[in-house]
Design a protein around this ligand. Sequence first.
Ligand SMILES: Nc1ncnc2c1ncn2[C@@H]1O[C@H](COP(=O)(O)OP(=O)(O)OP(=O)(O)O)[C@@H](O)[C@H]1O
Ligand SMILES: [Zn+2]
Length: 670
Amino acid sequence: MNNKGFNWFFPIAIIALLLFFVPNFLGDNSAKSIDEDGFFKEMQAGKIQRVLIDKQAQKADVFLTQNAKTATVKKDDKANPFSNLVMAPKADYTLKYGDLRLFLEKFDALKQQNPQITTSKDYAEGESPLMSILIQALIWITILGLFYFLLFRKMGSGGGPGGQIFSIGKSKAKLFDEKERIQVTFKDVAGLEGAKEEVQEVVDFLKNSEKYTKLGGKIPKGVLLVGPPGTGKTLLAKAVAGEAKVPFFSLSGSDFVEMFVGVGASRVRDLFAQAKAKSPAIIFIDEIDAIGRARGKSNFSGGNDERENTLNQLLTEMDGFGTDTNVIVMAATNRADILDKALMRAGRFDRSIYVDLPELHERRQIFDVHLKKIKLDENVDREFLAKQTPGFSGADIANVCNEAALIAARNNHASVTKQDFLDAVDRIIGGLEKKNKAIKPSEKKRVAYHEAGHATISWLVEHASPLLKVTIVPRGRSLGAAWYLPEERQLTTTEQMLDEMCATLGGRAAEQVIFNNISTGALSDLESVTKRAQAMVTIYGLSPNIGNISYYDSSGQSEYNFGKPYSEETAKKIDIEIKGIIETQYERAVQILTENKDKLDALANKLLEKEVIFREDLEEVFGKRAWDPELTEKPVTNTIPTAKEPSEEIIIKDKEEESEIQAPESPTQL
Ligand SMILES: Nc1ncnc2c1ncn2[C@@H]1O[C@H](COP(=O)(O)OP(=O)(O)OP(=O)(O)O)[C@@H](O)[C@H]1O
Ligand SMILES: [Zn+2]
């Protein structure tokens, strides 16, 4: 608290000094010059008050009497309101005299008649202009200092708005307390059962801390919520405060970061002081990675000292909590991997709760929460909506509901229909539908067969993920897309990898089978297949010819090695192996599609006709998929995945690239 005055006194003092000195020096230059004749004329007219002779510069500063001055008001005196108040009087004229002795003779003679005129000889040394400027500046600095002191005191006690400059070291946390108590409860948080269970404990601690401390237990100080954006981490933290009915201090990690040295640390101190004063309380720090990034790694510039200080202060504050301080810090991040390990040490954020993307039944519950406010058409089926939105976060679902209501309003519907929701989902997935996009019929046919190829293979091979929806409606940069339900699995077998590669190659294979040539539209298919084949061979050790070897380096050190971890000879073998795996699957896809050409045709035609087909349509063509695991619901897991898995779980597996964009320079844009 006490260092705020310190921070700001000097800048203000310097500004004050500048304010007073600069106009003075400017003012000296702006005096009009006058010659001897003119001067004596004025003197005879009785207009001269004072003359200061500067022998060195061979000039004299001439000051008019007050009367003469008001008669010829100088513009700049008006422009600068300070000039009369604070500055040493400014000369009205600068006199360039010729010979000093002659001038003085004449002057002394005239002075008899004008005894009011004073000259430099009549003044004491201390009253030279420069001294008076200094004295006045000093007085003003003192006044300003006093003013600032009073203001700062008032800020300190009142903390009112309007003084942001003075409260720079104060935390920017938004506080919800008695006046504006958080109303969110666990009921508003759909799904996330496991996470809710874990934070329930925090609620108990806050409500009933004695129960735990009596037995010698320590109350946890920090809870880290980890998960992708929009999954409800903030919501969950708020719900904890709402359930426990305690004040909630909310701020983002980036609020600590400021360009002034020492501000971040000072804000942390202030935040904790405030929270302790209101304890029991919750401090919620969103995006903690902004300050909690691992320290001192690949940081040669030293430019992050400020952030480190802030982090250190945070750690110090958390360590400083006694068992009696009933303040719990909750923090959210979607980058737990980059956090400083010191944050996770015992007594700090020693609890991590994983807040994952919602699964099918959770999405249904989230829809329930957000559909409450919406006037629904009766044909809207929550189950259906939940199935259409794999990979969506809670925030995305909230967005879908809102967007659907807007679309319905635009279409003048009396209530929000199923189609409005489907449009909203599509919009959120891939940007606006491009209804008027010019696609030649021949291109559309190709896209239809390509997508039907994916659908057919993924339906007919045993281990590919179940398919949800196929579309050939172009939107964003994609011409068509197939959605799969990502199977909830921790391990992937060789068969599954091969079947999925086969399905991914199904699009290209269908083009080959039907048109006997292949288009450029399958870049992302190829990319994905190639990556998987590489992973099979070099990471998972799944290819018989290379064997049980993995070149994956979980320590991340390999980034610093420029060479490959295997010999030239092995490299050749790996290349051959990868190519072999891909070619085999491609041949397999071609074969399956040739054998089931009638079904491929039927699907493609359905697509051309309806543009979007669902699982039901596929069942119509192929019959039920006997080995399909029913779209089962898996129990919620809330453990942080132990290791980074190199495999990506692809939810929207296939988005075709626009045929005219063959952009190998930017294949990641899909
Ligand atoms: N489980 C859920 N139940 C109900 N609504 C949810 C859920 N998850 C998210 N939402 C909705 O999404 C919005 C955004 O969620 P929230 O801000 O809590 O996400 P977050 O995980 O903190 O995101 P970020 O990491 O981007 O800060 C919430 O206000 C809420 O409307
Ligand atoms: Zn494809």
